[in-house]
Design a protein around this ligand. Structure first.
Ligand code: MN3
Length: 202
């Protein structure tokens, strides 16, 4: 049985970037619903219950049709949100940019941090409908920016997600209404780059 992970900070910790009401609703209602539906879908497949969720995602094509949909949508919802909470932290006064090996890897792939930020933001704005924008490590170890629709996980295409931004309207609409660009810009001040680097090395 999957359960809702505890946030590493309070619901009001990301203010003014993400408001308390959005965080609470997003975590206790949206994320919880993905978990409930994932658990319900797995109930009649004890043989698949024991397989870790990231592995289920990578083996999606082997799953029975009804379970495949559940894992793709609700399993994806659980994995994606679990990562999202982890890679954010409260706003601090310092320049919030990656350092060390992660900074080098980003510069190597995207030229510099500002070009990375531009590409990531453009991908978030160009994404039609609901979905996510990601920084992933591809199977060859190289970084890439990708987007997925709905709750699809980058793991389906064998990219390891290390940074993700939820661009479903439920993630920002209370505070930003239709101003997705502002939400994306502000997101950069709550990214926990230390955690992103941990995930890259995991
Ligand atoms: Mn969401």
């Amino acid at each position: 049985m999957y359960t809702l992970p505890t946030l590493p900070y309070g619901y009001d910790a990301l203010v003014p970037v993400i408001d308390e009401a959005t965080m609470k609703l997003h975590h206790t209602k949206h994320h919880q619903t993905y978990i409930d539906k994932l658990n319900a879908g797995l109930e009649k497949y004890p043989e698949w219950q024991v397989v870790p969720l990231p592995n289920l995602m990578m083996r999606l094509q082997e799953l029975p049709e009804d379970l495949k949909k559940v894992v793709q949508n609700h399993g994806g919802g659980h994995l994606n949100h679990s990562l999202f909470w982890q890679i954010m932290k409260p706003v601090t006064s310092d320049l919030n940019e990656p350092v060390g090996d992660l900074a080098s890897a980003i510069n190597q792939t995207f030229g510099n941090f500002s070009d990375f930020k531009k590409q990531f933001s453009e991908s978030a704005l160009a994404l039609f409908g609901s979905g996510w924008v990601w920084l992933v490590v591809k199977s060859d170890g190289v970084l890439a920016i990708t987007t997925t629709s709905n709750q699809n996980s980058p793991l389906i295409d064998n990219g390891k997600p290390i940074l993700g931004l939820d661009v479903w309207e439920h993630a920002y609409y209370l505070n930003y209404q239709n101003r997705r660009a502002e939400y994306v810009e502000n997101f950069f001040s709550v990214i926990n780059w230390e955690q992103v680097e941990k995930l890259r090395n995991a």
